[in-house]
Each structure stands twice: as C-alpha cells, then as structure tokens.
Design a protein around this ligand. Structure first.
Ligand SMILES: C[S@@+](CC[C@H](N)C(=O)[O-])C[C@H]1O[C@@H](n2cnc3c(N)ncnc32)[C@H](O)[C@@H]1O
Length: 281
C-alpha cells in the first residue's frame, strides 16, 4: 500500500500563526514532490490537509508564501500582483489571450508567458493600444521575454480595443484584460473613454470562451473614470449569474487605488438551455 502524502504533516504542526504559514509552504512543496499532479497551488489539497490537522492558516499558503490575495487584503500586495497571479492560474499554454490596453507591456508579457507553449507552436497574444509609443514599448518588452518562435504568435494592434471582435473569434479568448485610464508617466490626455471601454467589454464578452475571464482594473478619481467604472458595473449587474460570476475588489480607504472587476464566464453546461443563454449573453 502506498503511504499517504499527508502523514509527514504532523512535523509541521505549530501553535504559532507565522509557523503555520511557513509550514504550509513547506507542506505544499512536500505534497508536490510526492504528488506532482496535485500542482503547487492546489488549495483544495491544502484544505484537506488543514482539516485533518486542525490548521487554518496554511489554507492561504502557496509555494511562494501567502496567497497574493491575502496579502492584498492585508495591504501588502499590489493589484497587478494579484491579477498576474490569478491569470497564471487560469491561462493554459495554447490559449488565446488579449491585452486591451498594452501601455508599457508588463500585463501583455505576463499574459504571453502563461499562454505560449515553450516551443512557440501554440498560444496566441493580441494586444491593443491607441498610442504607437505604447505598441513599440510592448513589442520590445515581449521580445525580451519571448523566443522568436513565440513572437510569431503575437499581434499588436495600434487601435481601439472596441474593435476586438475584428481580431479575435467568437468564444476564442481565455483571458482579456483592461488596465483602464492613462499610462503613468505618459500623456494624460490619451486616456480610455467611458463609451469605448464599455463597447470593448461588451465585445469581449462575445469573444471570451466558457471558463474564461475578463479582468479589468479601473480608476475612478480622474475625470471620466467614475463614469467609465459605473458603465461597466451597470452592465455587469445585469448579467445572468447562471452564466457569469462578477466580482470586485479594491482598497476603499486609499483615494487613488484602483478597483478590480472580474467577469468569469462559467464553464459550458451540458444543457441546450445554458448554451442558448451564452448566445443571448
Ligand atoms: C493604464 S495604461 C495600461 C498599462 C499597461 N497595461 C501596462 O502594463 O503598462 C492604459 C493604456 O490604455 C491605452 N488606451 C487608451 N484608450 C485606448 C483604447 N480606446 N484602446 C486601446 N488602448 C487604449 C493608453 O494609451 C494607455 O497606454
């Protein structure tokens, strides 16, 4: 009989909270070594272990420490860190991903790394920006991060993200991100607009595949920012919970901090009725 990967856990048990976290991290590594198929970030596995051992804190631990979202709640992780970590979990090599607002390219690079197969044969990245300088910066950031073969599968569009469906097919994209507002350090007049952002989100809903995610970072403190955010929320609130899960996260007591909005399209259900609902949006 094979020994249980959980047996060695007792050595990690501690009464002190910080030790709980540290042991949780070691535990995940230990479990992963014995059962690589579990995956380093399998929180379900951690929960099962925690239940057996009456531990609570290690549920939040990962191979890299505490989950970024927990750090975010405690004020020590940035929105982009949380978003990137989440994308890494959702996007698989071979997926199509879209960056609706490339800017300096850091989000595009994070998406591309998750979507590209190592040999560059699979995966597709589509990026948009209305500024030619942003497209150039993103191209250069991607060239540093990807191989020439992977670069063949990147398409950067100098234009508005509301035209997304001209470039991405229906139900094709696994993840579409928008970091709204203006480029920090750039021209503040070249900013996303409430109507085109709304149009882009609506079009994204059509090209998103089941089990895909639209990930939006919105800023409300500049002119037009609140309207842009409200437009998206008004749309999101009308979406059927049978098809979409919509969530927001933000820091309420920091004036300039952004709000994350996530629209997750549920995995395709078997029934014809659910399929019809996808078509209706
Ligand atoms: C906050 S920045 C994006 C930051 C970027 N994600 C990064 O990692 O550096 C917003 C970007 O959206 C671009 N933008 C503004 N309106 C746009 C539109 N209608 N379509 C596409 N991009 C747009 C701006 O030029 C700017 O580069």
């Amino acid at each position: 009989m094979r020994s249980s990967p959980f047996l060695s856990f007792k050595q990690f048990v501690s009464t002190e909270h910080r030790n709980y976290i540290a042991s949780g991290v070691r535990l995940v590594r230990a479990v992963h070594l014995r059962r690589p198929q579990v995956g380093l970030l399998d929180t379900g596995c951690l929960q099962r272990v925690a239940r057996r051992s009456n531990l609570v804190a290690p549920i939040a631990a990962t191979s890299e420490g505490v989950e970024p979202f927990v750090e975010f709640v405690m004020g020590s992780a940035r929105v982009t860190t949380v978003a990137h970590r989440m994308w890494e979990r959702i996007v698989q090599p071979g997926d199509t991903v879209v960056d609706g607002t490339c800017g300096n390219g850091s989000d595009t690079v994070a998406l591309a790394k998750a979507a590209m197969s190592p040999d560059g044969k699979y995966g597709r990245v589509v990026g948009f920006d209305i500024q030619s300088e942003a497209i150039a910066s993103t191209q250069s950031a991607l060239e540093t991060a990807l191989t020439p073969a992977q670069m063949q599968r990147v398409e950067l569009i100098h234009g508005c993200h509301s035209a997304i469906s001209d470039y991405v097919g229906p139900l094709e994209a696994r993840l579409i991100c928008f970091n709204l507002g203006y480029l920090p350090g750039g021209d503040h007049s070249l900013i996303t607009q409430p109507q085109t952002s709304l149009d882009a989100v609506k079009a994204s809903m059509e090209v998103l595949m089941p089990d895909g995610l639209i990930s939006i970072v919105a800023y409300t403190r500049h002119e037009g920012g609140q309207e842009e955010y409200d437009n998206i929320c008004d749309l999101a609130e009308t979406l059927s919970p049978k098809v979409w899960t919509v969530t927001t996260q933000g820091v309420m007591n920091r004036r300039k901090s952004p709000i994350m909005i996530h629209l997750h399209k549920k995995p395709l259900a078997r029934s014809r009725q659910a399929t019809a609902m996808y078509r209706e949006g």
